[in-house]
Design a protein around this ligand. Sequence first.
Ligand code: GLU
Length: 444
Amino acid sequence: MITTRFAPSPTGFLHVGNIRTALINWLYARHHNGRFILRIDDTDSERSTEEFTQAIRKDLAWLNLNPDAEYKQSKRIELYDIRFEYLKTQGRVYPCYETSQELELKRRIAIGRGLPPIYDRAGLRLTIEEHESFKAQGIEPHWRFRLDHSKPIIWNDLIRGPQRFDPALLSDPVIRRADGSWLYLLPSVIDDIDMEITTVVRGEDHVSNTATQIQMFSALNAEIPDFAHMALLTGGDAKISKRFGADGVADFKAADIEAIALESLLARIGTSDPVEAITDLTPLVENFDFKHFSRAPARFDMAELKHINARILHILPYKDVASRLPKDMDEKAWDIIRPNLESIQEAKFWWNIVKGDIEIPQFSEEDKAYLETACQVAKGIDWASEPWNALITTLKKESGRKGKALFLPLRLALTGQNHGPDMAGLLPLIGRENTLFRLNKAIK
Ligand code: GLU
């Protein structure tokens, strides 16, 4: 059973990059009829908040990316302690005492000597007396994971293809702070094992973490999951993830973007598949394949998002938008108005044109005469079926007008606008009474 997880740290709102990671994890799981897990990576108790955790849940709900299970790392510390003790017995973790200043100095010296700035494993060489002396001074160690240098780390990335790292060129990663708190690397592996994660899907900024984590899986005698590292998102200006979507879904909501529009774009940018106008996630699930993903950075473009948002609105069914439409706007009205919308907010505008008070422009005497005829005709037609056709057919004959001269004064008099939804659809919505009222007003 394919199982993926989305593992945000609740230290801020989800930005567009996180949203994409969540979506791709969800799509891959659903494509395989698998499971999608939400794991709240809240081991950093100072920066993690319940408010952000709730915002993450809410955002996923808005996106329709419902998890099959949810876990919080802060509730799983006991398990990390147990596994940590095991790694100690295996000599795979070791205590270190360097301060960050000392480490920085070591780093600079290495660089000065033209060497890679890798941790020198001084912690492994401490004598018992030295350990005792730190202890006597009340200095607690932080802990590193000891990488096995005996063979290269390799994996076949589902997006990036064969990967190879020489562990000797990596620092033994710090996994636990002196105060006992956990850094992200080891708890993530322990959870991935415990939750039977088959596929870790995340941004390519995690590639070197993966190298060290693969050794952690082995050290814990676990099978190594598949990895898929997505190329990062870039924007028109490089800081896209900070700027747009920095307030999470709230930004997209404020811009009147439909969740499905955001998802149709995020699922397809950086892949060989086109961005398509869709009304639910099914086509994305069906077509999903990591083979379609490119290794080149994907460009997230707000203009493209707005464009696909409009295309999707034009086909979105009423049930998907009803709760956000003006109260009395029904399905028929939605179907007529939606082809004219760029954002759902504009539905209000058009509904007001249909039902509300509109401003009617001044007409020439000639047009007034024409509209007077229209008023007479409108009184006599059958409003129950296709009144616009009836109105236009008769008016054409009676006025001798055609094209723009025939249509535009009517549109202006009945909507106050020179463009908009199809009049054949609008007229029944405006209704007989309102039509006569507006025509009468126009000829005054
Ligand atoms: N909490 C980590 C992050 O947000 C999770 C990374 C991962 O997916 O393993 O970067």
